[in-house]
Design a binder for this molecule. Structure first.
Ligand SMILES: *Cc1c(COP(=O)(O)O)cnc(C)c1O
Ligand code: SF4
Length: 341
């Protein structure tokens, strides 16, 4: 059974009984869910376990710093109709559900997701689809939330049949943590339901630590890729979880071994109560430098920052080139030695 209550955390040995009152205060603000698969991954003997750190609530979440904000990446600034966020001309987010299989303690949408913040009503979904239909620039529809793969194969299939006739939509991208949180949910019928006639489906998997890619998770991803659905990864750079070169390297190698192309390494957003997870951008750049040259080009993600306020995602380095006034350049090699071009 999925753990949702502080008392269940204590019963499962994931929190000491004396923390019960503090954890109840955290639970009042932010949703908790830990699936049996995730609970089984946690090493209870390790006080710094990187899986526990991602999913077990912490009193530190009640400390909000002045720079943190309820809407860290500015979804609201680009919300159009219910369920649609349209920030870039060629693609929209379609937020179908506001629930997830697990709740990450660092979630950038933590103020808007959780049980009780349910899915789009049928009328709202009709409105969202009408918006997509009416905007021929929309080439890609990105299903996010929440986690769209908490929906049944039947509901996902219905949605795909609604998107299929929209000629200008060519790509459907699904952002999910379900293959990690509940690999058995990724059945062949669910995978079939992700395809829409005439469209190309991509699945973007959110995982942050190599231990998340268990044999069962790898098998779930293989079911997706074997069905002809390419996968990409997204990870969040998290202090105490993956902010060291060895862990990041293992994570990126694990993705590539699973036929998942590393896509983004996100700098942690300014979500409320998450300062204990954030690294500096300089730390992130140093980690990216460590990956470059040591690890296959296939295993290199792009390190991105979602600029607070809704200004979009941009790569934040590191940069290897300094342009010179005469159109030449000085380029740094993988050992940090400056070379003239
Ligand atoms: C992240 C995001 C996207 C997708 O961006 P890509 O760079 O294409 O992965 C699209 N719309 C919004 C509003 C986003 O936040
Ligand atoms: S799965 Fe995604 S949306 Fe859900 S809690 Fe984790 S980061 Fe947030």
């Amino acid at each position: 059974m999925t753990i949702r209550l502080p008392s269940e955390l204590v019963a499962a040995g994931l929190a000491p009984p004396e923390q019960l009152a503090d954890l109840a205060r955290v639970a009042d603000r932010y949703a908790i869910a830990i699936t049996p698969e995730i609970a089984a991954l946690i090493d209870r003997a390790d006080p710094n376990d990187p899986i526990a750190r991602q999913f077990v609530p912490d009193i530190a979440e009640l400390a909000t710093t002045p720079d943190e904000r309820a809407d860290p990446i500015g979804d609201d600034a680009h919300a159009r109709v219910a369920g649609i966020v349209h920030r870039y001309p060629d693609r929209v987010l379609l937020k179908l559900v506001n629930v997830c299989a697990v709740y990450c303690r660092f979630c950038f949408r933590r103020e808007t997701i959780g049980p009780g913040k349910q899915m789009l009503t049928p009328a709202e979904l009709d409105g969202a689809l009408a918006y997509i239909r009416a905007h021929p620039d929309i080439w890609e529809v990105i299903l996010t939330g929440g986690d769209p793969l908490v929906l049944s194969a039947r509901r996902l299939g219905e949605l795909m049949r609604c998107i299929a006739p929209i000629g200008h939509v060519k790509i459907i991208r699904i952002h999910t943590r379900v293959p990690v949180a509940s690999p058995e949910r990724v059945t062949s019928s669910l995978v079939r339901a992700l395809k829409a006639s005439g469209k190309t489906t991509y699945v973007a998997l959110h995982a942050n630590h190599p231990r998340e890619l268990t044999p069962a998770v790898r098998a779930a991803c293989a079911r997706i890729v074997d069905a002809g659905i390419p996968m990409v990864s997204q990870s969040v750079l998290l202090r105490g979880v993956n902010d060291d070169a060895k862990t990041l390297e293992e994570l990126m190698r694990a993705f590539v071994e699973c036929r998942i192309k590393p896509y983004y390494l996100h700098h942690a957003d300014l979500a409320p109560g998450t300062s204990h997870f954030r690294t500096s951008i300089a730390d992130g750049q140093a980690l990216m430098r460590a990956l470059r040259g040591r690890v296959s080009g296939l295993a290199q993600p792009t390190y991105v920052l979602d600029i607070p306020g809704g200004h979009g995602k941009v790569p934040v380095g590191p940069g290897y080139i300094d342009m010179c006034a005469d159109a030449g350049a000085v380029v740094e090699d993988i050992n940090g030695v400056k070379r003239e071009y």
